[in-house]
Design a protein around this ligand. Sequence first.
Ligand code: MSP
Length: 639
Amino acid sequence: MSSDRFYYTTPIYYLNAKPHIGHAYCTILVDALTRYRRLFGAEVHFLTGTDEHGQKVQKAADARGVTPKEHVDELAAEFRALWPELHVACDDFIRTTEPRHMEVVQQVLQRLWDRGDVYVQDYEGWYSTSEERFFTEDELVDGKDPVSGLEVQRLKERNYFFKMSRYGERLRQHIVDNPGFIRPAYRANEVLGFLDKGLQDLCISRPKERLSWGIPLPFDGDYVTYVWVDALTNYVSALGWPDGEAFSRWWPHAHHVIGKDILTTHSVYWTTMLMALDVPLPQSITATGWWLSQDRKMSKSLGNVVSPLGMRDVYGPDVLRYFLLRDMVVGLDGSFSEEALVKRNNSDLANDLGNLQRRAGGLVEKWYEGRVPAPGEVGALEAPIVAAADALREKVPALVDELQIHSAIEEILQFVRRLNKYVTDTEPFKVVKFDKEAAGRSLYTVLEGLRHAACLLTPVMPERMAALTASLGASPTGLLAELRWGGLAPGTKIALGEALFPRRDLPEAAPAPAPAKAPPAKAEAKPASPAGVISFDDFMKVQLRAATVLEAERVAGSDKLLRLQVDLGDERRQIVAGIGKSYEPEALVGRQVVVVANLAPRKVFKVESQGMVLAAEMADGGLALVTPSAAVAPGAEVR
Ligand code: MSP
């Protein structure tokens, strides 16, 4: 997907609540992608904004006793002000109540109408106010809205419909022909599955008497536009569709980044609308997973939201960005906890990166008058470092291209760890006392390595990495192509300054980490649990879920390990399971297994495992999979 131009968009956020970490994540991800692409030499246009019409927003305004206009003006200002606080720099911020947007929505509708793609019809169905849409009888779950689980009401209404069904086949073909169109790839199957059920037409109007807060239909003033048709249009209204210069410049390079809950609206509603308008489809639609808090999707209605500004105030925007981008695999869910953030800060930033900078800086200050020492000859110990830096300049763009931001960050940190090891191996702190030249060579290597790491981490932590670069006496490298080993000029004054990443204490409420070995029980201590016994509360932390195996193959180089792709209902996971001696991969496809679903991902034989499959040991040492005794829905909780 390499190109020299990118138009990146985030979803536009509903103004029914204040922004939380989940919203911040998507925007920070797109900001980091934007910065990476620019570093790699591309031109980028980055759009975000706010979704200001519809029932949810009208209700939120009513609840506060203010007009919708007053409400959205206040909240939009809050969203807009939030982004720079998190070091997000968008190129445009669109509000759906702006005239530039409303005019385009009306033009879109008029064009669909003129082309015969819209018709009017009486419709009766189950209406969900929370989802702002009708559901058919079949779609209801226990008579309730299948998405929110809330009550629905029977409504009969005359409404306008978009002939979406016309475009189902074309869309299917587009998805099949363009494997990178919906990312991660497994999400494309979900959309194809949705299309398989047969595409319906889409109700695109709401009677004004029921909902007045919307954009009037150009061909019938008694109706306003369905909020999704309104909202999706932002991606082109912001570019001045149909004939704005920005539209022709950026639209052919469009990439939408969204959450997995709004994949259908984007990959089906939006794409078919574009087809009807004769506008080419975007290059890609990437669906991210959710940030969970206390094991549930972070959302206002569940009352488990974490405020991005609250975290920013304590840890700073760049540490928050680092955590969100490092601990989330794009596409999968991640668990947010302050404890995990602090641990990540302490291990990667305060320890690996911060210590290296301080160790090298301190020696340079003390022994080299605070000036970058001469690089000397690249010796046997330096050559692998130089080679690793060269490799990193190739690896990071490739991983960003694959949206593997967490792996790109990990590669850079591996390099930093390697530099730490190099310091331990070359011992400049000892050598400097008898061979200043040799120690200088070590220090030059470390400072230059740090300059590389800082450049490559700048999209993740723009301000902290600018500070690191400045502390090395270097100027920022805006283009990766200009980053070359040896760029740090000997003799330059370095400016150590404050510690970039202070160590943090674990938050008070967080449980203390369990000691590696139980301390010997003392007479006065509370009766200790028998060895190996865990509390009920601890056990309840383990999330066991049923999953269906979709694909299975052997992990190269191991006779024991199988790489499984499993369906967990609302997501797909890759799990490495040590059952290869007891099962042939082919025999597993379609089987139901039980998995530990909330294990932190880890690498097994270089393959990431996002959970664990349960199996019982047999008398002969083989393994027997634990399986539900009757078929259950993928993702079903195992209690
Ligand atoms: N207004 C629509 C989007 C219209 S785009 C044309 C909307 N807004 S939203 O505010 O409800 O959600 C915006 C985005 O935030 C969605 O992509 C959603 O997936 C994301 N998130 C909301 N909660 C989230 C988490 N807990 N974690 C990660 N992202 C989640 O939908």
